[in-house]
Design a protein around this ligand. Sequence first.
Ligand code: NAD
Length: 485
Amino acid sequence: MALQNDFIQSVPTNLYINGQFVAATGGARFDVINPATEDVLASVASADVADADAALNAAEKAMADWAARTPRERSEVLRKAWELMDARLEEFAHLITLENGKGKTDAMGEARYAAEFFRWFAEEAVRADGLITHAPASGARIIVQHKPAGLAVLVTPWNYPAAMGTRKIAPALAAGCGVIIKPAAETPLTMLALMPLLEEAGVPAGLVNVLPTHRPAEVVDHMLHDPRVRVVSFTGSTAVGRKLLKAAADQVLTPAMELGGNAPVIVFEDANMDTALEGVMLAKMRNLGEACTAANRVYVHEDIVDEFTRRLTQKMSALKIGNGIDPSVDVGALVNLSTLEKVEGFVEDAIAKGAKLECGGQRLPGKGFFYPPTVLSNVSADAACVHDEIFGPVVAIQTFNDQEDVIRRANDTEYGLVAYVFSSDMKRALQVCERMDYGMVGLNRGLVSDPAAPFGGSKQSGLGREGGHDGMLEFMETQYISATW
Ligand code: NAD
């Protein structure tokens, strides 16, 4: 415990503006709670619009120099950031567990994934391509090149306090932009803890600013109406994404939106059962189900549903739940009481509509927001969990016996982030994947996130892609010069 207190006391809790940790202008602070104990972990400065102005001024100044640097120089700073973060994954994982509640394995996985964005975009920074060609009719030259888009406002959720930030910061810096990041109020510490490390890597003062706040609507809206801002990159719920899209319209900002999901999983009768079980466990239980990519609806062919449900229930029941700082724990705490109550509500609703509870289903007594791994079978198509994100450790199983019918049901949602397909018949599997109205599909895999791949959704799951080659495009403007010489 003493060790934990010393560690937490070393984590910065003030705003990070122009390379300095500073108190909020108005002096406001808010508490960050440890979800496993419900204790106050830290009191964090809460930015207001004056702080946002200071951050914008700093970012504007720093960006002028940064954008003029060579891609190679920018790349080397990002590479150094990866090296420094990679050397401290344990510390970042520990902090992620303390403020988010997830278990150690999930937290280590996130810290590694988060660091990888610096390495990936260090490599991408020197690969921004352009074009020079002859105009077919006039004979003029067409020169096409990419320029940094301008200042970017980055808004991130609590479920991946490190990775959702680095997935935006790294491409923005690679492209030459300055940023202001507003982390979620539940989990601001990880982003603040990253800043000294970026400084050490050579990120100039003012280029990256961090503004925790308990008044996100006011502070973010203020920044989105500053004429220096050109990009808003948001990860979070579709409801908030819609609001930011409306605000972005006023200045015609580039919107990058990573929003909610409602991922279907289709397990065909010819799937390898072990692969499908492993895939569903990963797609559901990574991050305790608090992931936009989490398996939300599991459609299992009726010929194999009994065996699948029995074996999945065994696996889910065997997971150890508890405070995530204990390395033997598989399932940590949900982030807060409202998330826990929402999960509980989904389970009660499904049972009231005819679902069978195979395991779990009761929150743990005592302190901490603990909900056990839960399996529901025979879930009715009108259960709320079939239409909305569960965001918790609950598998909702339905059956099917017809391929066309299950494709229709899988696509019957306003979301389009990710779908998962399990089948050993590759021809059929690829045909079904192509018919999924989703930005991403996991084929015989329960994990799609990869810094080298374009992450993002269609329909109301978002606009744009993060990671891969596309990730930098959000932060770049295409300029075309028509030239004669
Ligand atoms: P949220 O939308 O409530 O909050 C996200 C961020 O927006 C937070 O920083 C919050 O403070 C801020 N915010 C809230 N209201 C705002 C407003 N009016 N103006 C400006 N900012 C505002 O989401 P959450 O509960 O933190 O995260 C869970 C959601 O995020 C889920 O829907 C999940 O699917 C989604 N998510 C999506 C992805 C993806 O890549 N598609 C990744 C992770 C999470």
